[in-house]
Design a protein around this ligand. Sequence first.
Ligand SMILES: [Zn+2]
Length: 220
Amino acid sequence: MKKILIFIGPPGSGKGTQAKLLAKKYGYKHISTGDLFRALSEDETATEKEKQALEEMKSGKLVSDWLVYNLAFKEIKKNLESNVGVVLDGAIRSLEQAKEFQKFFEENNWGEEIQAIEVSLSDDESFNRLAKRRICSKCGEIIPYLSTTKDLSDCPKCDGELIYRQDDSEEIIKKRIEEQGNISLYPIVNYYKNLGSLKSVDGNQAIEIVEKQIENIVKL
Ligand SMILES: [Zn+2]
């Protein structure tokens, strides 16, 4: 099994869920930039420059590339050097970043340890899933829009009422898909395809089936 698994997929594709499932099952470290930023904001040893970049991000500015590299590279290195594999979830958001990560991997002789996994989904389906997913008003469980869950009226965990999220307004979703959907992913997907490191699974399928197919890929 490769040591560096890179998950790529549009919003609503379930890539985050899959990345976590896989990390848990194989004892890999799940790395998302969101988690790294949250950890940094609680880190007392953070530098002034890092703190400033975090503040800028909170006010809606784009994430600084150098901060992503700083945090992600440190975390990847720490784990691989302790012989723990990593699952990267949404850490690479542009072609420039993909190239920078690749450079870092090759400098550390991990060039052969990379498997990129695309969980594919059309932008239309991505929109549908985000617009129709619900959240439990009591416990916060997110209920994805799937054939098995679309008719639920109460939370399967606590019987709380299921509601639509304010964040999931049509405009916000459209903007998210514009920024993180297939148009922005295409160059990244293509980059890994050209490196011979890419495998794709169809994200339209049930979670368990996608999970099984990803397992078959990583076990090669
Ligand atoms: Zn609930």
